[in-house]
Design a protein around this ligand. Structure first.
Ligand code: FES
Ligand code: FES
Length: 204
C-alpha cells in the first residue's frame, strides 16, 4: 500500500509513499504531525513510548466492529502506515485561544498543573480521550490512567487534582471524604505524641 490517508484535526492528509521520500512506512505519527502539519503541541521526549508527551486521541473502528472508539495513543510509537483511514485529534483541536479552551485545558491551568508545559499536551489528550469512552470515571480510575504519562516539573499533585475534578462528583466527594478520614487517622494535632511508624508505641 503506497497511498493512504489520515485525518488530523479535521483535515484529510493524503500520503503517497512513492512520491514523497520524506515519509516512509516507518515514519511515526508524532514525526508526521510535527513536520507535515502546523501543529506543535504534540511533543516528543523519549520517542520510545515511556513518557506520554506525544499522546494524541485516535478514533477508529476496531476490526470486526462497526462503532468507532477513541483511545489515547503514544504517537511516537504509531507508524503512519498502520493508521490508514483513522482520525487523530491533537491538543490544538479540542481547544485553543481562537475557539476557546477545552475545560480540561482550563482546569489544568487553573490548578497550576503545568510549568514547562512539555507534558501538558499529552496529559490533556490522555484525559480527553479517556473521557470519550468513560464519561463518568471514578477518582481512582482517572488516577490509574496517569501511570503512562510523566511530568518532571509539577510533582503530579496539581495534575492529579485536575484529573480528579473530572471524575463523577459523587465519587469525587467520597474520595475527598475518605482522604480526610485517613488524614485524621494518621495526623495528630501538633504537639501531641505521634504514633511510631513501626506501629509500636508513640514517640516520646
Ligand atoms: S515521546 Fe515519550 S511516549 Fe512518545
Ligand atoms: S510541566 Fe514540565 S514536564 Fe510537566
Amino acid at each position: 500500500m503506497s497511498t493512504f490517508s489520515i485525518t488530523i484535526n479535521g483535515e484529510v492528509y493524503p500520503i503517497n509513499l512513492t512520491n514523497d521520500s520524506s515519509v516512509t512506512p516507518d515514519t511515526s505519527l508524532a514525526t508526521f504531525i510535527r513536520t507535515k502539519t502546523n501543529y506543535r503541541a504534540t511533543k516528543v521526549s523519549c520517542a520510545e513510548g515511556g513518557c506520554g508527551a506525544c499522546t494524541v486521541a485516535l478514533t477508529y473502528v476496531p476490526p470486526g466492529e462497526t462503532v468507532p472508539v477513541t483511545r489515547p495513543i503514544n504517537s511516537c510509537l504509531a507508524k503512519l502506515l498502520s493508521l490508514n483511514g483513522m482520525t487523530v485529534a491533537t491538543n490544538e483541536y479540542i481547544g485553543n485561544k481562537l475557539i476557546g479552551y477545552h475545560p480540561i485545558q482550563t482546569k489544568l491551568a487553573e490548578l497550576n498543573g503545568t510549568q514547562c508545559g512539555y507534558c501538558s499536551s499529552g496529559m490533556v489528550m490522555l484525559l480527553y480521550a479517556y473521557l470519550q469512552e468513560n464519561p463518568n470515571p471514578t477518582p481512582l480510575e482517572v488516577e490509574q490512567i496517569l501511570d503512562g504519562n510523566l511530568c518532571r516539573c509539577t510533582g503530579y499533585r496539581p495534575i492529579l487534582d485536575t484529573f480528579k475534578s473530572f471524575a463523577t462528583s459523587t465519587s469525587f466527594g467520597e474520595w475527598q471524604e475518605s482522604l480526610s478520614q485517613k488524614k485524621n487517622a494518621v495526623c495528630l494535632p501538633a504537639g501531641e505524641p505521634q504514633p511510631h511508624p513501626s506501629g509500636g508505641g508513640a514517640d516520646p
